[in-house]
Design a protein around this ligand. Structure first.
Ligand code: BEZ
Ligand code: FE
Length: 292
């Protein structure tokens, strides 16, 4: 860490600020603030904002904070739409070859969703096109993982999570926690997901709109999969036929996370699964990396 650099000038601005932090006890904090200070000063020097532009930026950040509450995290949305959430995810979840890839958690996971028997229907209001999802949880050598915890959640057929529509959707609609059987299999019923906008009625929505971007995420199902001796996998599966599959507002799509959403209208197969209308069938296996 450099020592005091004299009085602040345009030329030495970052060094003067950084050297002021020399006595920080927390060396990681000092290192982080050094890098941020260097890059921030470099950005300001390149942009040369007017004082009005800088104040507008401060007010944007102020509104971002003011938008946050128990159910709304505008700072995470900002991180998501800048690609920073996916970058932090990539750095922290480098997987060995053959293991399933992770993607962004998003703001709509609920920690205490009910644990349900395999095959349960998580669509509590029966709206939309029914769906059956099935697959296996495997280790990288192909061994099925019994009793893995499979925590799933999804938006409804109109693109809203239950927590966004309290009093409209039943509590815990389209959420459930399942345990794989002895063959590592899981299966459950839900509803065919649809693309939906990230919450865009706040400052982040205004920013991406001003940048000519849409707020949509392609249709997906969320998973958190945990098993003793394996790394936790936080991921999604996506519908490759979705109109927004190439332009996810939060950059969460990966080629390996595409699943097939097969429409089924055979009356015999509908009856097999207890559906009274055509449904979609999704198969997807996940491979967990060994714990480090
Ligand atoms: C989600 O998929 O639930 C999500 C992810 C990032 C921002 C908003 C929603
Ligand atoms: Fe989502």
């Amino acid at each position: 860490m450099s020592t005091e650099q004299g009085y602040f000038t345009e030329a030495n601005s970052a060094d003067v600020v950084i050297s002021r932090n020399a006595k920080a006890e927390n060396k990681r904090l000092a290192e982080v603030m050094e890098v941020i200070t260097r890059h921030l000063h470099a950005a300001v020097k390149e942009i040369e904002p007017t004082e009005k532009e800088w104040f507008d930026a401060i007010m944007f950040l102020t509104r971002t904070g003011q938008m946050c509450n128990e159910w709304r995290q505008e700072w995470i949305l900002l991180s998501d739409t800048l690609g920073v959430s996916m970058l932090v995810d990539a750095i922290n979840n480098r997987k060995p070859s053959g293991a399933s890839e992770s993607t962004v958690l998003g703001p709509f996971h609920v920690a205490n969703a009910p644990e349900l028997p395999l095959g349960s229907d998580i669509c509590l209001d029966q709206k939309g096109t029914p769906m059956i999802v099935a697959g296996r949880i495997l280790s990288t050598d192909g061994t099925p993982i019994a009793h893995a915890k499979v925590d799933v959640w999804q938006a409804n057929d109109e693109g809203f999570y239950d927590v966004q529509q309290k009093g409209i959707q039943p509590d815990f609609n389209l959420r459930g926690v399942f345990r794989t059987n002895d063959r590592g299999e899981y299966w459950f019923k839900g509803v065919k997901p649809k693309y939906y906008p990230i919450p865009d009625d706040g400052p982040v929505g205004q920013l991406i709109g001003a940048l000519g971007r849409h707020p949509y995420r392609p249709a997906h199902l969320h998973y958190i999969i945990t098993a003793p001796g394996f790394e936790t996998l936080t991921t999604h599966i996506f519908d490759p036929d979705d109109p927004y599959i190439h332009s996810d507002a939060v950059f969460g799509v990966k080629e390996s996370l595409m699943a097939k959403f097969e429409p089924v209208s055979d009356p015999a197969r509908m009856a097999d699964h207890g559906f009274e209308k055509p449904f979609v069938e999704v198969h997807h296996d996940f491979v967990l990396a060994p714990a480090k």
